[in-house]
Ligand binder design. Structure first.
Ligand SMILES: [Zn+2]
Length: 86
């Protein structure tokens, strides 16, 4: 595991609950572009697309939140992932 993966995985989860700072979003974006582990983690929980559209969307419109539907979908996926592992 690369240095910073812990932090990035936390930021990825945090992105659903709060607005990441500009710096945090850049950090996640850069890290995901370099780190296949975190990329596959983000892919596995189904957030890759949401993260990137979230970043794009908030850059363009200043919107700070994922839609309720996306949040709901992500929470479902996370829940199923946890259930599978237990
Ligand atoms: Zn990583």
């Amino acid at each position: 595991m690369k240095k910073g993966c812990d932090k990035i995985s936390h930021l990825v989860s945090d992105a659903f609950d709060r607005k990441l700072s500009w710096l945090e979003r850049i950090e996640v974006k850069i890290h995901l572009s370099m780190c296949s582990l975190c990329r596959s983690y983000a892919n596995n929980i189904g957030v890759m697309h949401d993260i990137f559209s979230y970043i794009r969307h908030s850059d363009e419109s200043g919107s700070t939140r994922l839609s309720q539907a996306s949040k709901h979908k992500i929470k479902q996926i996370l829940k199923e992932e946890c259930d599978d592992k237990s």
